[in-house]
Design a protein around this ligand. Structure first.
Ligand code: MN
Ligand code: MN
Length: 463
């Protein structure tokens, strides 16, 4: 008869951390992998910057630009830049295209404060830029922290003026005022969601007048004069601009052991980076691979750069036809990892989670069968067959993985790009990194979870 301990080992699903399940070399590889990831974070704070940074990395690995209609052949390593805001990288494998494409899809937009079309105004000897928040933020978290401006202004002649202010050591930064606690009694009585209103998220942009002439709005004038001097833009040009405020901090190690990384925008660069690097590193796979870096996930994957845009299926059609395959068969046999973050269990907010079904920090990549809210509303619910297949693939490379849901059932929920891909008749499941303080200006992830995610995507490309 087996001892209870033996039988437990055989029958129980016991969650263990990456540190317990792998060796020193694996942990070192994880810490090394995080070095370049932190550089990626600092260079890719907006979707446009993520596209440019990803293209630079891909080009160094021999990837070439692709244009719609171009014929492709085995061994090709290509990328399609969609309007500078979303990116598709693909490698053409040796097997028949009708065996399907291995697709890793992450998003490269993050919650932030977009500029309104008419943002500049002066009030009480201060000049501000009015913002309109993008994605799900806790508004109170964005006051009284260092902010940078990133984005582009497109002039009438078509020139794109790139603007980044607040990232260089010598740059000024921007700021959103908050009320002092001494006078904050009324604010303190409000709910957190109401304590700061959308119309209070105004960026402090200047306080010195252009001149002492009796003209009015001299501080606004000075701010516009400085912008005009450096970038050649005027107030009307803000209407054809995509500027936003993002946290000015850089990615940094968190904790004395340096095992975690703090940064703005882990959601979802922490999945975009492993999706990108795994496709680059496995470009010689017999499978045809595709990495999708989508925009607009945080606001519903809408529009020409979002996952719902037809360009995704158009590209599958084009590749299939060029290789003599039937696109419907290619889609039916394709497989996708929807690469997105999940909420890590946080002992400081125990009430928000059901511990048995919540991913934990340092326990590896998270496989999420379904997202959605309440009664699984609006989710892609991956099939047991597909998940079992994925388990077998991850097993081959000893990937440490775990599973879970996004918090307690009735508390809320969330979605990813998974359903838009699955709707095209492609088996899809969510896989990604657990995050602490998701959607905060500064989020936290574990280096070993990041690396197991890279290993999972690599195994998916390989086997
Ligand atoms: Mn996400
Ligand atoms: Mn998100």
């Amino acid at each position: 008869m087996k001892t209870a301990k033996e039988l437990k080992n055989e029958l129980f699903y016991t969650k263990k951390s990456v540190y317990e399940l792998t060796d020193e070399a694996n942990v070192k590889a994880a810490f090394d992998y995080a070095v370049d990831y932190k550089k990626y974070l600092d260079n890719a704070k907006t979707e446009r910057e993520a596209v440019n940074t990803s293209i630079e990395i891909a080009k160094q690995a021999g990837f070439k630009p692709y244009v719609l209609g171009q014929s492709v052949k085995t061994g090709d390593k290509l990328y399609y830049n969609n309007r500078g805001k979303s990116l598709f990288l693909f490698t053409i494998g040796s097997e028949n295209i009708e065996e399907g494409i291995r697709i890793s899809a992450a998003h490269i937009d993050s919650p932030r404060l977009d500029f309104k079309p008419c943002p500049v105004y002066e009030d009480s000897r201060m000049c501000f830029f009015k913002t309109h928040y993008y994605g799900g933020i806790k508004k109170y978290q964005w006051t009284a922290i260092p902010l940078a401006i990133h984005g582009v202004v497109t002039l009438v002649d078509g020139t794109n003026v790139n603007i980044t202010i607040g990232e260089d050591e010598n740059d000024p930064i921007f700021y959103i005022n908050d009320i002092l606690p001494h006078l904050g009694q009324n604010q303190a009585k409000k709910s957190l969601g109401e304590a700061i209103e959308g119309e209070q998220l105004n960026l402090f942009a200047g306080s010195r007048p252009y001149s002492t002439e009796d003209e009015g709005e001299q501080i606004k004038l000075n701010v516009l004069a400085l912008l005009n001097e450096k970038y050649g833009i005027n107030e009307t040009d803000f209407i054809s601009a995509e500027l936003c405020a993002v946290p000015a901090d850089k990615a940094k190690d968190i904790g004395l052991d340096r095992a975690a990384v703090g940064s703005y925008g882990h959601d979802d660069r922490v999945c975009a980076y492993p999706a990108l690097t795994s496709v680059i590193d496995n470009a010689d796979s017999k499978h045809t691979l595709m990495c999708v870096l989508a925009d607009k996930e945080e606001i519903g994957s809408e529009g020409a750069s979002g996952m719902q845009c037809d360009i995704f299926s158009d590209l599958i059609d084009e590749i299939s036809k060029s290789l003599g395959g039937d696109p419907a068969i290619v889609r039916a046999n394709s497989k996708c990892l929807s690469a997105d973050v999940s909420a890590a269990y946080d002992p400081n907010f125990k009430d928000a989670f059901e511990k048995r079904n919540t991913p934990e920090l340092s326990c590896g990549v998270v496989l999420i069968k379904y997202t959605g809210s309440r009664g699984k509303s609006s989710t892609n619910d991956a099939s047991s067959e597909y998940i079992a297949w994925l388990r077998s693939v991850m097993q081959k490379d000893n990937v440490v993985w775990q599973t879970g849901e996004l918090g307690r059932i009735d508390l809320g929920g969330g979605g990813t790009v998974a359903k838009y891909i699955a709707n095209l008749n492609i088996d899809t499941v969510d896989l990604g990194v657990p995050v602490i303080s998701m959607h905060a200006p500064y989020e936290l992830i574990s280096k070993v979870d990041l690396y197991e995610t890279y290993k999972a995507f690599s195994a998916f490309c390989k086997y």
